[in-house]
Design a binder for this molecule. Structure first.
Ligand SMILES: *[C@@H]1O[C@H](CO)[C@@H](O)[C@H](O)[C@H]1NC(C)=O
Ligand SMILES: *[C@@H]1O[C@H](CO)[C@@H](O)[C@H](O)[C@H]1NC(C)=O
Ligand SMILES: *[C@@H]1O[C@H](CO)[C@@H](O)[C@H](O)[C@H]1NC(C)=O
Ligand SMILES: *[C@@H]1O[C@H](CO)[C@@H](O)[C@H](O)[C@H]1NC(C)=O
Ligand SMILES: *[C@@H]1O[C@H](CO)[C@@H](O)[C@H](O)[C@H]1NC(C)=O
Ligand SMILES: *[C@@H]1O[C@H](CO)[C@@H](O)[C@H](O)[C@H]1NC(C)=O
Ligand SMILES: *[C@@H]1O[C@H](CO)[C@@H](O)[C@H](O)[C@H]1NC(C)=O
Length: 421
């Protein structure tokens, strides 16, 4: 007989009674699991989203429908945030929201010790480190350089600048962590009634900065007043074309100054160029000594203690804003006894400013901000206020890529609710 080319296999039912249901149900379960895992790992797409807090954005479980997936599932769709480049001249704030700063210089130390200047600060939510205030300058402004509303409060204006240096540790192109240094200039000015120079204030939870702002505002007015008194008899006093520059620089350079140093009248070395004179010595207490006023180059003796207190208010406010409590000197705004010393004359100086301004007929409608203190700090108060400086981070926005459930998929169903409910 001739063999057929075609054949058939004999099949027999498996001799297990449950084989069919187990196979079918098992198959369905495996299919469901595979597509579920598949969905969990690829059912999301990354979409850009701005964020001001990359730490929170990256760890936000809400992106995955409220589920904390094992990272295996979400490896393809994890949120990431890019660093921000802050260009030179950018206006920056810290999360403490006090003073506005202009970024003026960014650099990194090269291996040979020289500086590599950079055009922008690449920043990724890093804590600011080792901030120092190198110098305070007070520019005296005459009537042509001031806003008219401020002139209603004072014929002399002041612009107070603090020059600060900080570092952040970030990855460099060579993949080593090195500090990047940057310089910035913080500015305080009285802008006008009801306009605050600080980004925000909170007497309860940012008490030290609130005292700093109180001192800045009142000593701005008091120092400007003392300047008028000094220059009144000169020609500029008659024309109100005041124009002068005062610089204050910490006299010591130790890394760990003492409380006594901060309380001293000679904490700063004072330099000045005023109308027709200049400061012939940088010793503040000598400049402020009325018995020396007749000597050459000791102008306006009543000005210097006040200008120095305005300078201290700026110096310690900027340090507190930048997260510094203990170094390079104890921060006067964060210790009750030092704050008491810094503000000791506040009450009497405000009274003096009010009566002097009234006498001149200036601005009966101008009042110092009632939201700030016009009285000295009482270290004995109960409960004690919570003074301190919070760690500083720059406020900026980041572009993040965050996972979102792909549109049009079965994933339109809220997986979080499906699984957890
Ligand atoms: C964000 O996270 C990094 C690393 O975990 C940490 O060093 C940094 O302090 C955090 N930043 C903030 C603002 O919490
Ligand atoms: C601040 O000053 C200290 C002491 O002089 C110095 O060690 C530190 O590097 C300075 N910080 C910055 C950011 O330059
Ligand atoms: C100040 O901070 C406290 C505590 O965080 C808060 O309850 C209060 O609302 C804040 N006040 C303002 C004006 O933001
Ligand atoms: C103070 O409270 C405000 C508003 O509640 C908050 O935004 C800010 O982060 C708090 N500051 C500190 C230093 O706790
Ligand atoms: C103050 O003046 C003295 C003597 O002229 C000088 O040696 C010192 O460097 C000055 N200090 C500052 C901080 O300018
Ligand atoms: C602050 O303390 C110093 C040193 O004890 C003292 O000379 C100075 O007069 C005090 N300042 C005020 C305004 O009381
Ligand atoms: C504080 O006021 C007293 C009395 O008016 C004065 O002698 C002293 O110089 C003032 N101190 C400061 C630092 O302004």
């Amino acid at each position: 007989m001739h063999d057929s080319v075609f054949s058939y296999n004999l099949t027999r039912p498996y001799p297990f009674k449950w084989f069919t249901p187990v196979t079918i149900v098992g198959g369905v379960i495996i299919a469901a699991l595979v597509s579920f895992f598949n969905f969990a790992s690829t059912g999301y797409e990354l979409v850009p989203q701005p964020s001001s807090d990359p730490n929170e954005t990256i760890h936000d479980p809400g992106q995955y429908g409220g589920i904390r997936w094992p990272s295996y599932f979400t490896a393809n769709s994890r949120a990431t945030c890019a660093s921000t480049a802050l260009p030179l001249r950018a206006l920056i704030f810290t999360h403490n929201n006090a003073i506005p700063y202009t970024l003026t210089r960014v650099w990194r130390a090269k291996d040979d010790g020289s500086r590599l200047d950079l055009g922008s600060l690449v920043y990724h939510n890093n804590e600011l480190q080792d901030c120092n205030v190198t110098r305070i300058s007070i520019d005296v402004l005459g009537k042509y350089t001031m806003n008219q509303q401020v002139r209603a409060a004072s014929p002399v204006g002041l612009s107070v600048n603090a020059f600060a240096t900080c570092s952040v540790v970030i990855d460099t192109p060579e993949k080593v962590q090195r500090p990047t240094y940057f310089e910035m200039t913080g500015n305080y000015k009285l802008i006008g009634p009801d306009v605050t120079a600080f980004l925000s204030r909170n007497k309860t939870n940012a008490t030290s900065l609130w005292w700093g702002e109180s001192m800045l505002q009142m000593y701005w007015l008091v120092t400007a007043r003392a300047y008028i008194d000094g220059a009144q008899d000169t020609d500029v006093g008659k024309d109100q074309t005041y124009n002068a520059a005062i610089t204050l620089q910490r006299r010591e350079s130790t890394d760990q100054g003492t409380a006594e140093e901060t309380m001293s009248d000679d904490f700063f070395a004072t330099g000045c160029f005023v109308e027709a004179s200049y400061c012939g010595t940088n010793v503040t207490s000598e400049l402020a000594d009325p018995s020396k006023a007749k000597e050459d180059w000791h102008p306006y003796p009543k000005l210097w203690r006040r200008a120095n207190l305005l300078g201290k208010a700026m110096y310690f406010t900027v340090l507190a804003d930048l997260g510094r409590q203990d170094a390079p000197v104890p921060n006067m705004l964060t210790r009750p006894n030092l704050l008491a010393n810094l503000t000791a004359n506040l009450t009497s100086e405000v009274q003096w400013w009010k009566s002097a301004s009234k006498k001149e007929g200036f601005a009966p409608h101008w009042q110092p901000d009632p939201g700030l203190s016009q009285d000295k700090f009482d270290p004995g108060q109960t409960p004690p206020p919570s003074l301190g400086a919070a760690p500083a981070f720059l406020s900026t926005n980041y572009i993040c890529q965050v996972p979102r459930v792909k549109a049009g998929d079965p994933g339109d169903v809220d997986m979080g609710r499906l699984v957890s409910g």
